[in-house]
Design a protein around this ligand. Structure first.
Ligand SMILES: CC(C)(COP(=O)(O)OP(=O)(O)OC[C@H]1O[C@@H](n2cnc3c(N)ncnc32)[C@H](O)[C@@H]1OP(=O)(O)O)[C@@H](O)C(=O)NCCC(=O)NCCS
Length: 310
């Protein structure tokens, strides 16, 4: 295939969301879920103090495996996930992608925050996803919270955030910018250590409303507009901003031209039975894992109070 054929090739794209905030797994659900993920991930999830964090991390692992099994055609039991030195998950084995609908490699990423876990995956581009829930700051006023966060955004971004209207609208603008920035950082996989002042977002003039997906927000990197990067923004509901960053895939020089991408799609909400539909156990049942889970508080008290006040 030549680069000119790029627009004609079938490109896969997946957008899945699972509302882990309202997931109340039964004993058998939780024990089955624990059997269907890698042992080290099960151990990591078992160590979370709060059930909310354990459920969102578990949902994330199940989303990843479901995607690799159903879309990349790899049997659940053969999937071995690894992490980059900075924590980005990748498919460690098998490396040969069987059963995918074209030769383009898949890239995928995960985010869990607020009430959702989300997965975004595309072929032929590099993907990063971030979800942020708009919440009132727990222990400080909005101006004080923004003051603490000064270095995360540029002067231009702060002008946009602080002119958004009421404090709640300013917070929504803040979390929208946050999701955009973080989705880029997650696509390139750098994690902490990237100077966030290097990237500046210029928001799409169209309003972002639930049900729509916008692709017109632009990123400036080191003060130059980056047309190789596309940001798909959506609202899962009034409080949850999601940004999917799509950029050039690795060293091949493949560019994420809009014409080669499928039309932007909304996130599909999965039920808990869909989350586990393709799962098969990797380890034996561990009844103590349920005993540990059921004693966890849902979330820190302050977070529960903050949630109530938004
Ligand atoms: C790791 C990091 C990139 C994302 O963490 P986060 O926003 O707390 O969490 P999210 O829910 O969005 O994503 C977590 C998932 O991202 C994935 N992930 C972890 N490290 C990653 C990395 N370096 N790159 C891409 N994805 C990564 C993992 O799947 C993780 O879930 P899991 O550990 O349960 O499998 C983050 O810790 C970080 O370093 N952020 C940059 C720092 C910052 O100040 N950002 C402010 C933006 S304005």
């Amino acid at each position: 295939m030549t680069p000119q054929d790029g627009g004609k090739e079938m490109m896969g794209s997946v957008r899945w969301a699972f509302r882990c905030g309202s997931w109340t797994p039964s004993r058998s659900d939780w024990l089955l879920a624990a059997r269907c993920i890698q042992r080290e991930e099960k151990d990591r999830i078992g160590q979370f103090v709060f059930a909310k964090d354990a459920k969102s991390a578990m949902a994330g692992r199940l989303l990843l495996r479901k995607f690799i099994c159903e879309k990349m055609g790899i049997p659940w039991s053969e999937i071995r996930l690894g992490r980059s030195p900075r924590g980005k998950p990748f498919l460690a084995t098998p490396q040969k992608q069987v059963g995918s609908d074209s030769g383009q490699a898949w890239s995928f990423n995960l985010s869990h925050q607020g009430d959702y876990a989300v997965l975004a995956a595309d072929q032929g581009v590099q993907v990063g996803v971030d979800i942020m829930k708009t919440t009132m700051p727990g222990s400080s006023s909005v101006p004080e919270f923004f003051r603490i966060m000064t270095r995360q955004f540029t002067a231009y971004e702060w002008r946009i955030i602080q002119s958004a209207g009421s404090e709640l609208q300013q917070l929504a603008a803040f979390y929208r910018h946050w999701a955009l920035k973080e989705s880029f950082i997650k696509a390139i996989g750098t994690g902490l250590g990237f100077n966030l002042q290097r990237v500046e977002f210029h928001l799409s003039p169209e309003p972002l409303v639930p049900g729509s997906v916008l692709r017109h927000t632009k990123m400036h990197l080191d003060e130059e507009q980056e047309d190789d990067w596309i940001f798909e923004e959506s609202l899962l509901d009034a409080d949850h901003h999601v940004s999917v960053a799509l950029g050039p895939a690795g060293i091949s020089g493949c560019t994420a031209l809009p014409s080669s991408l499928p039309p932007p799609a909304s996130f599909t909400r999965l039920s808990s039975s869909e989350l586990l539909a393709s799962a098969s156990p990797l380890t034996d049942e561990d009844p103590a894992y349920w005993e540990g889970f059921k004693t966890k508080a849902e979330a820190p008290q302050r977070q529960r109070d903050t949630h109530m006040s938004t």
